[in-house]
Design a protein around this ligand. Sequence first.
Ligand SMILES: Cc1cc2nc3c(=O)[nH]c(=O)nc-3n(C[C@H](O)[C@H](O)[C@H](O)COP(=O)(O)OP(=O)(O)OC[C@H]3O[C@@H](n4cnc5c(N)ncnc54)[C@H](O)[C@@H]3O)c2cc1C
Length: 420
Amino acid sequence: MAAEKQAAGAPPTVVIVGAGFGGLKAARLLAAEPVRVVLLDKYNYHLFQPLLYQAAAAYLEPEQVAKPVRAILRRQGNLRFRVAEVRGVDFERRHVVTAAESFPYDYLILAIGGQTNFYGLSGVERHGFSLKTLQDAIRIRNHILSCCEQAMLEKDFARRLGLLTFAVGGGGSAGVEMAGALGELVGQVLVKDYPELERGSLRVLLLEGQAEILPGFPADLCRTARQTLERKGVEVRLSTQIQDFSGQEIRLKGGEKLPAATLIWTGGVSAAPLAKALKLPLGRQDRIVVEPTLQVPGRPEVYVIGDAAYFEATGQPLPMVAPAAVQMAECAVHNVLAQVAGQAPEPFRYRSPGLLATIGRNAAVAQIAGLKFRGFLAWTVWLVVHLMRLVGFRNRLMVLINWAYDYLFFDRAVRLITKE
Ligand SMILES: Cc1cc2nc3c(=O)[nH]c(=O)nc-3n(C[C@H](O)[C@H](O)[C@H](O)COP(=O)(O)OP(=O)(O)OC[C@H]3O[C@@H](n4cnc5c(N)ncnc54)[C@H](O)[C@@H]3O)c2cc1C
């Protein structure tokens, strides 16, 4: 169909679903190419998820970690953007289906990302917090600050302690970063805001089911990260499996109960719900199985990239990280253009950029090109990498100002409890 259209002089249409790391990169790479691009997302902004925890922990304003897609791509003449939630794809007719409209395509790139995986822990899903969207971050910030205000009014000591215990479930890099930021929020800011509260009554817990935090990192860096968290006042509990959460209490495997009004769950990710709805073959975490060329088996005009794609490199699925999504976007665009030119698509090769996790002020761990970094040096690398990757000069400038302010004054500018 694409070839017929081309013969008739009309450029082929590439529909991209998702304006996250993968989708946005794909759209930009197609800017100067002889194709029509339709970009669809359920939100009107691109979200920089690696800094979400900073919005949740009152470091940054939520709008500093997101940028409107129209502002990013306004100069791209061959692109139309629509805010629309995709409900399905008619693969036979080659139409992407949304509630409002259907979008015909010659080539389709699905870059729909992931969602929080609660592994069937219904209490955690109902009463806990996920950290995946801008709304999640705002909800967490409001909740933490509201818990402190409620604690000021609470006469019952045990209930007060529960209100002031902030737990993070899952010790991967998102959980470590969230716990580190909460440790600093509590230790540097909230203790000053609430001097009437008993000393030590504000607690931050990091609960990890495995024997160590930061799975995938070298053992010595994991140890460094854990010790740094502990120095920042975070109580790290290893081999601790969460079984249920009531909103007031966390129940652990083995029966122990921890009074806590806050549980932020960072323990798992799976592909976005649309992946399952499309009825394509799925791999682990409900990710859509793709060929080495990132095409869907039997559908050479359909590509899946990023968190939603199940692609194995050296026997393991690719990590759900931004560089993988960006590199897959480069490969998918290359292959679409090859198909348009009548050439064969090429297999994807992942180049790991290394491992990087921050634990707050002056502290991070990293492994880049086989070299290990920790402390201030790793933290500086983290700052530069995140600032460079953040979309938009204004956001970079505002984030830099906020970070500098926090760094110099041990304070947070963002402490309003707002309506959601
Ligand atoms: C808290 C947190 C911290 C992280 N920290 C890091 C980090 O430090 N470094 C790192 O490399 N990675 C990090 N990640 C992971 C990284 O953000 C993801 O791997 C990356 O965003 C994946 O890119 P993607 O393009 O596949 O999906 P996303 O960037 O998630 O984009 C998917 C897009 O698809 C849209 N979408 C989904 N379903 C639909 C639908 N049905 N209709 C229309 N639009 C839809 C979504 O709105 C979204 O805009 C972190 C993730 C989280 C949640």
